[in-house]
Ligand binder design. Sequence first.
Ligand code: WTA
Length: 655
Amino acid sequence: MDLEQRLEELLGVEKFEPPEELRAEANWSDPGIYEEAAADPEAWWLAQAKELLDWDVEPSQSLDDSNPPFYKWFADGRLNASAQCLDRHVEAGNGDRVAFHWRGEEGEERDLTYADLHRDVQRFANALKDLGVEKGDVVGIYLPMIPEVVVAMLACARIGAPHNVVFGGFSAEAVAERMDFSEAKALITVDGARRKGKTAPIKPQVDEHMANHHALEKIVVVRHTGIECPMSEGRDVFYDEAMAAADPECPAEPMEAEHPLYILYTSGSTAKPKGILHTTGGYMTGVTATHRYVFDLKPDSDVYWCAADVGWVTGHSYIVYGPLSNGATSVMWEGAPDYPHKGIWWEVVERYKATILYAAPTAIRTFIKWGADIPAEHDLSSLRLLGSVGEPINPKAWLWYREVIGGGRCPIVDTWWQTETGGIMISPLPGLTATKPGSATVPFPGVEASVVDERDGEPIEEGQGLLVLERPWPSMLRGLYKEDDRFIETYFSRFGNERYLVGDAARRDSDGYFWVIGRIDDVVNVSGHRLSTAEVESAIVAHPDVAEAAVIGESDEDTGQAICAFVTLRGGKDESEELVEGIRGTVAERIGKFARPKRIVWADDLPKTRSGKIMRRLLRDIAEGRALGDVTTLRDPDVMKELESKIAEEQAQEG
Ligand code: WTA
């Protein structure tokens, strides 16, 4: 039977039971775990915290909810996140175990053992101290997928300096902004970055934007590509030189459980990104537990590969903290999925005999487009479990992933979570949960989620509504960096301080399974990258010829959603291809290439309410060819007619 037929047939299967073999050996196979956790979630999480982590001071308390929504977990405990990830494995005699099989774009290979990381992290922690970084100082990290990024993160954790990692795809300008917001004292970056055989200068761009940055005192530069790199005397230092000069030993300092571990900026409804703050004890408990049980991780035999970038939360929780805390052996891949060829992922799986692969639906859809013949050229029989994250996965892609990559034998864990949740919240447990293609299934033990009516917040047993989390969980964000009001306003103003508003719409089916639909706010998910429409709009209007812009996410076969911008030009400026490129360039400079609009629609005017608010809902309708919703509140209903004819014209041209 050919693949298409097989997939069609499988579309008729409602549920996939866990494979018997996996169930028999699974880390969790007793369904009683859900009830046990639900009976007393706080006691259950405290037990997890004690079982999974080595505390310097064991916590006696679980949740402290005396000041909602500012929750604390395990507050009287003490531990060091880098010691959880390194020292305890080295002390247990596992120093020789590979932590990362690193593979560079050009095929270079470096294996880093736990002992290697332990050594480098101690030295770099001392180097940071030598540069004047102290406990509580924020340190920026802007690095590609190279082992030094892990060393830098853990060195910060070791001395209690919260890191603020910025994804390498962001522009230097976006980095500078994030450094400013977080008042970073030091930044760790790189001379240049490689992408598909080309080298881009990074340090010179960073310099351009850091001149007026007052809090930033030091810049550490990793020599990665060897390209020419300007250094500013007294401020800049090379990583290798700082390492060589530093003391080799840096004992891990026990931190309070609520000591800030990191800040990670993510997009919200306004143009200003939100600094999500995570702390130590609860976060480490959450990521260690979910990584161990969702991926059924066996540290002695698994080779785990999370193909995300370390600059996003998925990388923080499931490349760095979760896997290292569990003593896993991981693959770390520097490059793009199509360089040097379209089969590189499968070559990597085969080369390292990866057993677990965690990837985004957008990657899977790309592989589908490239064809099943490409993975078929490689031996993927080592794989035993597949994960999905970042956006809804459509059933067809889910089945293709299962059949073509997983050989029909690997269960798929579709994991729903967010930067804010720190770790996986809704997901199957591979030895326990029957899966349905397209559903993230049920909340992790100790997590309580509901779908509620948007009008009155009443839970909906079966049907569609807003997704909420009903109680605090250990790895939850502790706030937005220095923006308490915005924290309350964003997540707790709608349904009160006890219920966390996720920002996604979801549906529950008759089995109680969750089907996450997508964002309800002005956040767009492009290839699993979270962007705010306001952020992109503010970048577009920075172009000198632009008067006004409205950005929406429209469905896209490849990237899930794509950015579509409606742009009004300043008087006298003409629409042109050149201007399209100019606007896209401005967005690349201000935010990063990944945020460039895919489509620009020229608009003489934008649909606005009488109070002047842009009605994006109507723009979404028009872009997706739907019948227009209510237009009676528009100041000038004719605006929509003109836009409709524009879009029709455009479509006619495309044929
Ligand atoms: C979406 C990424 C459906 C969702 C870990 C969420 C998902 C946002 C899934 C968070 C999934 C993430 N199914 N949608 N399995 N996972 N999302 O903060 O809209 O970059 O709110 O965290 O991605 O994106 P973030």
